[in-house]
Every structure is written in C-alpha cells, then in structure tokens.
Unconditional design. Structure first.
Length: 220
C-alpha cells in the first residue's frame, strides 16, 4: 500500500485529449523506506538525512503495489517527461515538482564513428538537449523538488562540472539559495553556468559559487 497505507490526492499529468481528470484514481505513495548502502539499515522516509557511514541512502519502493497499480503502457499516455514515472520517484504525488521541462532525449546513430570503434550499430544518447545541457538535469529536478518539499531553503554541492550549474538553475527555479563549490581549475564554462542563474532573481533568491581555494576562509 505504500507509506503508512495512506493515499495521496490525485495529480493530473496534463492529460491528453480524450481523458478527463474524473477518470483518474488517486495515486498512492510508493516509497516504503530509505536504506543504507553499507549495512541495510532502514530509515523512515519524509525526513531530512545526510549520509549513513559516509554513503548516501537508497530509496526503496513497494514494487508489488506499483505493479498492481499501473502498467508500462499507462506511462505512454502521459507527457514525455521524467515526471511521467511518478510512481517510481520519491516526490509525493500531490506535490508539484520543480521542473524546467526535462523531456526525453534521442538516441543518435553514428554510422562513421561506429566502424572506427569496431561497433556495427553505435548509438549515442544526446543528453545535451536537457534544460541544463547534461544528464544532471534529471537528478537535480528530483533532488531540488524533494529539498523544497522537505522545507530546505539552502542547498550546497561540490562540483567539477555540470552538477553545479544544474543545482544553480533548479534552485533558482525553486526560489532556494544554492552554494556551489568547485576546484580552481574548473573550466570557465562550468563556472559561468553556476553563475548565470544569478543574472536574474526569482523570489529574491540567489545562487553563489566559489573556487575551492576560498572554502577554507568561508568555513572559518
């Protein structure tokens, strides 16, 4: 039944023509617990944690209930977005996600590169079409959505590339502060993408980034 056997309010997935909201049933919560990646210790969902024994926590789902509730073909009726898979994501179904429109990305055929590498039918997934230009958009839309839902107002991340820019963008979208820490030799383009969300305000929140050589002064 999901967490505590409780049912959330229905969420409407920008329904296609021919389907009315009245035809939908309420969606249950499917997160059963959080689990330590080290020793399997279980933690209650819906709370803020950091790590356990230095490792992140896994989100576990009641997959049997998911199987009874939805069929794979049902997802194809929803918009082509990461958020069509709400039953297998941790954000409660009645909570609006922080999104910049994370759509599907294509598999691009590489007929010349493939033979050079000895691969007959080489396909490359082009994740650059995501909102922040990399696959980091997918994880960050979920992470920032959960952070806002759990009441956090300041987010921080170490980065050497695209993750910092993605956090800055999604935090700005959510109206949250973002603190991005990066090595001194981080490419200029990655430094800029972490700064760019500060070029405009949303709910008077800002994103900030510092090179690693400044961190010591920041923390003392």
């Amino acid at each position: 039944m999901g967490v505590s056997g409780e049912w959330s309010e229905p969420i409407y997935y920008h329904l296609p023509f021919g389907i009315s909201p009245a035809s939908l049933v309420k969606k249950p919560m499917f997160v059963s617990h959080l689990e330590s990646a080290v020793d399997g210790t279980r933690f209650e969902p819906g709370r803020v944690y950091s790590t356990h024994q230095g490792r992140p926590l896994w989100v576990r789902y009641d997959l049997e209930s998911v199987r009874k509730t939805i069929r794979p073909n049902d997802w194809t009726l929803r918009p082509p977005s990461l958020w069509r898979y709400r039953e297998l994501l941790p954000l409660p179904a009645n909570v609006e996600p922080v999104t910049l429109g994370e759509g599907m990305t294509p598999l691009v055929s590489c007929p010349r590169l493939g033979p050079q590498l000895g691969i007959a039918d080489l396909l490359v997934k082009d994740e650059s079409q995501l909102p922040t230009g990399s696959f980091k958009s997918r994880g960050m839309t979920v992470a920032v959505s959960m952070a806002r839902h759990l009441g956090l107002t300041r987010l921080a991340i170490p980065t050497a590339g695209n993750a910092g820019g993605a956090l800055a963008a999604y935090a700005a979208r959510a109206g949250l502060d973002a603190f991005v820490f990066m090595p001194d030799d981080t490419p200029a383009i990655n430094q800029l993408e972490a700064h760019l969300p500060t070029a405009w305000k949303e709910r008077k929140r800002w994103a900030w980034s510092w090179p690693s050589s400044w961190i010591g002064n920041f923390l003392t």
